[in-house]
Design a protein around this ligand. Structure first.
Ligand code: PEP
Ligand code: MG
Length: 915
């Protein structure tokens, strides 16, 4: 309801600011912020905000104005005139010009944006000429105004071109000049008349010369734009209620381009790239805001300390000392007030400083951590705020090797950027291009840094992947073998880079019209998916040097200290535990140093990827009978046991979940005749026979085939061997005094009976082992929930399980019916189209797969109230998915070692955001 007495226009600036930051619903985001700045005494050009309530009323009353609105607007203009030192709207000697902008609660594309210079006409322009001393400047402003107003308010526009621009082009052609700036004041004056004539011809009405008419036209255009189809569409997609309405901000114009006493600039209150506490910014004399960002003129530093010794352009501190001193005082005030690093925009008009905007500044991960830690130290923010200030995803930046920034810029400038794939394993890497794992090993032994480039990777590439700086594949998605293994190793990986045409036979990679050969240099950035020709220098992360490599003392690294401070605080707030997915003692140690509270998934098949072991595994897979299999298993057992011992020692005191074998068989089978002959030789069997065995094991859908517990169901001796290796290892290390907590996990269970059978095998084996070893250790038996049927029947399954771990990689694959191995080819298109907001293999599909997780959790707990429940799919390291897991009530998430800090911070955020 709006009555005449309702306040419809809130003034800001000068002596009378009526709104503040808490009034976003009524004044919109922009209006509330302008009011807040003015309220704390920052010099903003004065103006007023018409409320969102008025917008709703107008839109609901066929664009009529409520009684009293026009009077309130007139009063607000009087306020603005006074606050701007007596400029008068419509006056010919000292004219006030206004801007009109929309401003909803959330910024919204599809709405009318901005009209500048309202109030200009053939009379008021005289005042502008006088004030600026430049009739060219004045007429240029005038023609821009008519053009903008004609376009956004009067809607004089054509589908494929801007009719005003056409007239402008025609004028330049007639004058024989190329640039807008070459047109004279007289030319621009003619253009204004031509623009107006076109408006009249197209709309049938004269271009409005009366300033008040101009202003109302613009205000009504903002209201109308709230109701246009594009805005409706945007609101529908983004769930923005239609009745929010938009506010309208009317503000005095100030000019930074009215001569040498004018300037404009942007600044950050701290360095947005490093976080260093220094005032940092750029400005231009006699320029408009967009000139600073457009990069046509080289901006000058705002202060002496920011001067480049190579190119010492004079600073604002020297040229406008008073304005600079004022700006410095203002930035301190803004930081104190908003308690965050600010990104500010300012203009100097006639030696008077005006602040146009302030907002929280965008920053790198490095800057986010440093600013949060230092602001906490300075007493500006509290501990919770410090934790919430760092975006968990940004932490990965701090752990990775990075390209030298200047060298990367130079590479782009030189046209050495070749292609873009999926950013599958973050980190920058450079080295010699190799096309096979063997070549990688050979070259690495000689001390070369190599990048392994493959169509896709498989277990026999593991050695090669280990010795490479990074991995690049032309096929496969975010959970392809290459991506999962690379992330586990903390290696850079660009996967699914379809632009690469890899020819193993010729030893070449064709891309972007070039042909690279094995031995050429190549660089990849797994953070962005970019691929470059040549070698771009890489720098190591200091945090890794301190924490993992122990090559640097903590006191030597400021960024390590800040990182540590934030993560230590995070630990205090998180209620969700964070474990790691690790398959080796080394990975376990790394993860523990990053703060992992145990292992959530040890994929035992990954332990076989090493060359010496893979043959034994293959022998086991292709064995014809139990005898053959037992023979192979006997070879495997000691290797497994010693790995487990190493992992248990590294995880002394913490739980270790070890999963029974889950090899998608195709990843292990020998490929091609040569490999088959080789294996046959080693096994002492006939190659032809082996070939037919391999063929008989080949599956059409290996991801849905004989894997997971199905292997142990058909061949219980495999599960028995693994249980034996785990428990023997546990007894051995317990004997050394290690505090060991094994958890044996059965994968890909769909039916409770599968678990029942596998559990029986484990229990029987345990009894034997404990008797043989003369020692007992406590252990748990649980299962993965990674099939929809398991989630649907989790209440039954929980009778046989002491813990659940959601395998959301397979659960996503099976719930969505999307193959993990093939989806990479078309999923990016789905994400582009907005069908899925993000890759569902990277960020949990909460409304779909999430329901299965919630149901599985609730059903499991209904049967067994103390059931331990975690998640160990790739989603365990994705902050949004971590927040979801917290919300469901899981005990922990498990992710690859290098994601552990991210998950820890995300878990703290989830807890704090729920408070
Ligand atoms: C899963 O399916 O989520 C899982 C962790 O198992 P894997 O990725 O090994 O299939
Ligand atoms: Mg799985």
């Amino acid at each position: 309801m709006i009555e005449t007495s309702t306040k419809m226009a809130y003034t800001f600036g000068g002596e009378n600011t009526e709104g503040n930051a808490t009034m976003k619903n009524l004044l919109g985001g922009k209006g509330a912020n302008l009011a807040e700045m003015a309220a704390i005494g920052i010099p903003v050009p004065a103006g007023f905000t018409i409320t969102t309530e008025v917008c709703n009323w107008v839109v609901g009353h066929d664009m009529a104005h409520p009684d009293g609105l026009e009077d309130q607007v007139r009063e607000a203009i009087t306020h603005t005139e006074k606050a701007m030192g007596g400029r008068i709207f419509g006056d010919s000697s000292n004219p006030l010009l206004l801007s009109v902008r929309s401003g909803a609660r959330a910024s919204m594309p599809g709405m009318m944006d901005t009209v500048l210079n309202i109030g200009l006409n053939d009379t008021t322009i005289q005042g502008l000429i006088e004030k600026s001393g430049s009739d060219r400047f004045a007429y240029d402003s005038y023609r821009r105004f008519v053009q903008m107003y004609g376009d956004v308010v009067l809607l004089v526009r054509d589908e494929n071109h801007d009719p005003f621009e056409q007239l402008l082009e025609a004028k330049k052609e007639a004058r024989g000049v190329e640039l807008d700036t070459d047109l004279t004041a007289e030319d621009l004056k003619e253009l204004v008349a031509e623009f107006k004539a076109m408006v009249k011809e197209r709309t049938g009405a004269d271009f409005p010369d009366d300033p008040m008419t101009q202003l109302w036209g613009a205000i009504d255009a903002v209201f109308q734009s709230w109701d246009n189809p594009r805005a409706w569409h945007y609101r529908r997609i983004n769930s923005i209620p239609h009745d929010w309405g938009t506010a309208v901000n009317v503000q005095a114009m100030v000019f930074g381009n009215m001569g040498e006493t004018c300037a404009t600039g942007v600044a950050f209150t701290r360095d947005p790239s490093t976080g260093e506490r220094r005032f940092y910014g750029e400005y231009l004399i006699n320029a408009q805001g967009e000139d600073v960002v457009a990069g046509i003129r080289t901006p000058q530093p705002i202060n002496i300390s920011g001067k480049d010794p190579e190119n010492p352009l004079s600073s604002m501190e020297e040229e406008f000392p008073q304005c600079y001193a004022e700006l410095e005082a203002i930035y301190h005030k803004l930081e104190q007030h908003y308690k965050d690093m600010q990104d500010i925009e300012f203009t100097v008009e006639d030696n008077k400083l005006w602040m146009l905007q302030t907002r929280a500044g965008k920053r790198t991960g490095f800057a986010a951590v440093r600013i949060a830690a230092e602001m906490l130290e300075e007493g500006l923010i509290d501990e919770k705020t410090a934790v919430l200030r760092v975006d968990p995803n940004q932490l990965t930046q701090l752990l990775l090797p990075v390209f030298d920034r200047d060298a990367k810029t130079a590479a782009i400038a030189d046209g050495r950027q070749l292609a873009k794939g999926l950013n599958a394993g973050p980190g920058a890497a450079a080295g010699t291009l190799v096309l096979s794992a063997d070549e990688a090993v050979l070259r690495a032994e000689k001390g070369d840094k190599v990048i392994l480039v493959r169509i896709e990777t498989s277990p026999e590439d593991i050695q090669g992947m280990h010795v490479s700086q990074g991995i690049l594949t032309s096929r496969g998605g975010m959970t392809s073998h290459a991506a999962v293994v690379a992330r586990g190793m903390g290696k850079s990986c660009v996967a699914g880079c379809g632009a690469l045409d890899i020819d193993y036979g010729a030893g070449t990679v064709k891309v972007a019209g070039r042909t690279l050969k094995e031995g050429d240099s190549i660089s990849i950035d797994g953070m962005t998916g970019e691929v470059f020709e040549g070698s771009i220098p890489v720098r190591a992360s200091e945090i890794v040097q301190v924490l993992i490599d122990e090559e640097m003392a903590p006191e030597e690294s400021k960024i390590f200290q800040d990182f540590n401070r934030i993560l230590t605080l995070a630990k205090g707030y998180a209620t969700l535990g964070v474990r790691t997915n690790a398959d080796s003692p080394l990975d376990s140690t790394v993860a523990r140093k990053f703060g992992a509270e145990g292992i959530g998934l040890c994929r035992t098949e990954h332990m076989f990827f090493e060359e010496a072991r893979i043959d034994a595994v293959r022998e086991m897979i292709v064995a014809k009978d139990v005898e053959g299999r037992r023979g192979a298993l006997e070879k495997i057992l000691p290797m497994q046991q010693s790995d487990f011992e190493g992992i248990f020692r590294a995880m002394d005191g913490l739980p270790v979940t070890i999963r029974a074998l889950d090899p998608p068989l195709h990843e292990f089978l020998p490929h091609g005749d040569a490999e088959i002959t080789d294996l046959a030789g080693k096994m002492g069997v006939d190659a032809g026979e082996l070939k037919s065995t391999v063929e008989s094991l080949t599956e059409s859908n290996p991801m849905l085939g004989h894997r997971g517990c199905r292997l142990g169901i058909v061949y219980p001796e495999i599960t028995a061997m693994q249980a034996r290796a785990i428990l023997q290892a546990a007894c051995v290390v317990a004997g050394e005094g290690v505090d060991v907590h094994p958890e044996i996990m059965i994968p890909l269970v769909g039916h409770v009976k599968e678990l029942e059978l596998q559990r029986k095998v484990v229990l029987e084996t345990a009894e034997q082992v404990f008797e043989e070893m003369g020692r007992k250790v406590d252990y748990l038996i649980g299962t993965m929930i990674e099939l929809p049927r398991a989630a649907l029947t989790a209440d039954e399954i929980a009778h046989e399980a002491e813990f659940f771990s959601f395998g959301t990689n397979d659960l996503t694959q099976t719930a969505l019916g999307l193959s993990r191995d093939d989806a990479g080819r078309f999923l990016p298109f789905y994400v582009e189209q907005g069908i899925y907001e993000a890759d569902p293999f990277g960020s949990l599909d909460q409304s779909g797969v999430g329901q299965l997780v919630r149901m599985g959790f609730e059903k499991g707990r209904a049967t067994r109230s103390d059931l331990k429940v975690g998640i160990c799919g790739e989603h365990g390291g994705d902050p949004k998915s971590v927040a979801f897991c917290h919300d469901v009530g899981l005990n922990y998430v498990s992710c690859s070692p290098y994601r552990v800090p991210v998950a820890r911070l995300a878990a703290a955020h989830a807890a704090l955001n729920q408070e």
